[in-house]
Design a protein around this ligand. Structure first.
Ligand code: AMP
Length: 201
């Protein structure tokens, strides 16, 4: 089962992808995480990410191709953050087959509120929210006790650019794949339930 999760920044798709990965025992592949953990092209990648811009297709497609060829992804995967453009969707079609596409939608207003109050763990990638899901000890990851940080691209200027790109590109991607729409403005467990029902349908 190769699943695609589509959703605006802050929609909770990363959180849902992690929950799905545990439940379905297939890896969560986030292209944002792939880029943030890449050492070889670290400086080049940071130039794009920190401004809220997309990294060049050539690089992201190469990284994705090599990730989905690893043994743990052979029974399926949950893709988060790719494709972000119609060109990437067409490139993906040449690499693999996607079985289900789920779109998690929230309003821009909600997205900006969530991203601005987001804290991430640099070590294990856990995500917190100072308003809705604060860490027990401020600034410390409850899972691995590492320090939490605010992503450099979670600043107002970069957020604005990321939302603009999302709204420009996503309608074309959603026209390319049949998708199931789920509201992300519900409790996390309810969103998860809706996704599971959509997958089973
Ligand atoms: P995310 O963690 O999904 O919010 O992604 C963070 C940043 O990584 C994005 O704003 C882009 O700069 C970059 N990125 C992630 N996925 C892609 C992609 N599919 N294509 C190009 N850039 C990407």
């Amino acid at each position: 089962m190769n699943l695609l999760l589509i959703g605006i920044q802050g929609s909770g798709k990363g959180t849902q992808a992690k929950m799905l990965s545990e439940k379905l025992k297939i890896p969560h592949i986030s292209t944002g995480d792939l880029l943030r953990s890449n050492k070889e092209f670290k400086e080049e990648i940071a130039l794009y990410i920190n401004k809220g811009l997309l990294v060049p297709n050539e690089l992201i497609i190469k990284l994705l191709k090599s990730r989905i060829s690893l043994p743990d992804a052979q029974e399926g995967f949950i893709l988060d953050g790719f494709p972000r453009t119609i060109e990437q969707a067409k490139a993906l079609d040449k690499i693999t087959k996607i079985n289900k596409v789920i779109e998690i939608f929230i309003s821009d207003e909600e997205a900006i509120k969530r991203i601005s109050s987001r804290l991430s763990c640099q070590k294990c990638g856990a995500v917190y929210n100072t308003l809705t899901n604060p860490p027990k000890t401020p600034g410390v990851c409850a899972l691995c006790l590492s320090p939490l940080y605010q992503r450099p691209d979670d600043n107002p200027e970069a957020i604005k650019k990321r939302l603009k790109i999302y709204h420009q590109e996503t309608p074309l991607i959603l026209a390319h794949y049949p998708s199931i729409k789920i509201s992300g403005q519900q409790p996390i467990e309810k969103v998860f339930e809706d996704i599971l029902s959509a997958i089973e349908a």
